[in-house]
Design a binder for this molecule. Structure first.
Ligand code: 13P
Ligand code: SF4
Length: 308
């Protein structure tokens, strides 16, 4: 135990030292392991982290999350070095969309706008009109002049948007394997175990599950709701990593995962050792070709402008 603590302290010191030497900023998503969240300069949801990436002065961004998030940071800050500490930290949902299919859909629905959830590749963003995250999807869709919207790649977030807009939403057949696997039975079981708790859930879950919960929102939305609520216990319907921050920010409240296995394996790939190695060796650098970057930038910047 003592040995483990010593190693942990050594790694934390190393990160601080290297961060200074490299003029680097560490960004971590709310699902990252606790040790990584604790050394980060900012911990947030996809939207907050893109906003920070767009305006920081740091020369290097170490993105502790998954590939599409690091790509968004590079698209918004092309002159900075953006590092993803583990090369194959990906997002299966993002892999469910591709450029060819968007072109096909555009032909099938001429005049429709294409909205890409940020959980998508740079190439897919480049083919889209505007991006959104789970915290602004409804706002983004309602801001468009088009009455029909092709929403990709998450069908659950798309259905959630469809229930909050008058526009016609064409859904894409994509889903997050982690959130989509949550069932009505899982919620019933958690309700039995925690009858006094409020239920907070991410919109990547299926509608039948969302309907049973008290609050639906992005990871930042869930954190805000829990802080402001007078309730003392919460069941959390999103990736378990968020519980670290929920507990840290609300020491007097209790948080339970909706499902013990509510884990995104890709979000768990980066360790503190990987952060040290990334800063030491300056790896793995995210690169996006110029034309794709410019087009993807327009889609992301159009989203960011809506919130300015
Ligand atoms: P947030 O934008 O809510 O942080 O969610 C990102 C994500 O990958 C959800 O699975
Ligand atoms: Fe992708 Fe789902 Fe993991 Fe989020 S939780 S990064 S959507 S696989």
């Amino acid at each position: 135990m003592v040995k483990e603590n010593k190693e942990y302290e050594f790694l934390v010191e190393k990160v601080q030292e290297l961060k200074k030497a490299r003029n680097a900023l560490i960004l971590a998503h709310n699902y990252q392991i606790g040790e990584v969240q604790d050394v980060a300069d900012y911990v947030g949801d996809s939207f907050e982290l893109s906003r920070i990436a767009a305006k920081t002065d740091a020369e290097v961004l170490v993105f502790c999350g998954v590939k599409f998030m690091a790509e968004s940071a590079k698209i918004l800050s092309p002159n900075k070095k953006v590092l993803l500490p583990v090369k194959d930290a990906g997002c299966p949902l993002a892999d469910m969309a591709n450029v060819e299919k968007i072109k096909e859909m555009r032909k099938k629905y001429p005049g429709a706008a294409v909205v890409a959830y940020v959980n998508s590749s740079a190439a897919v963003k480049a083919e889209s009109d505007i991006c959104c995250t789970s915290s602004n999807a409804v706002k983004v869709v309602n801001s468009l002049k088009e009455d029909t919207v092709i929403f990709l790649p998450d069908k659950n977030l798309g259905s959630y948007v469809a229930r909050h807009t008058n526009k016609k939403i064409i859904l894409w057949d994509g889903y997050c394997p982690v959130h989509n696997s949550i069932t009505i039975e899982d919620v019933k079981k958690a309700k039995n175990e925690h009858p006094d708790a409020e239920f907070l859930i991410h919109p990547e879950c299926q509608n039948e599950v969302l309907e049973m919960c008290d609050y639906v929102g992005s990871t930042a939305g869930i954190l805000k709701y829990a802080k402001e609520s007078h309730s003392k216990s919460f069941v959390v319907g999103t990736e378990k990593g968020i519980i670290h921050r929920l507990k840290k920010e609300n020491p007097d409240k209790k948080f339970y995962p909706l499902q013990e296995n509510f884990i995104c394996p890709d979000m768990k790939k980066i360790t503190l050792k990987d952060v040290v190695r990334a800063l030491e060796k300056m790896e793995y650098e995210v690169e996006i070709n110029g034309e794709t970057r410019k087009k993807a930038y327009n889609a992301l910047e159009r989203m960011l402008k809506l919130s300015k």
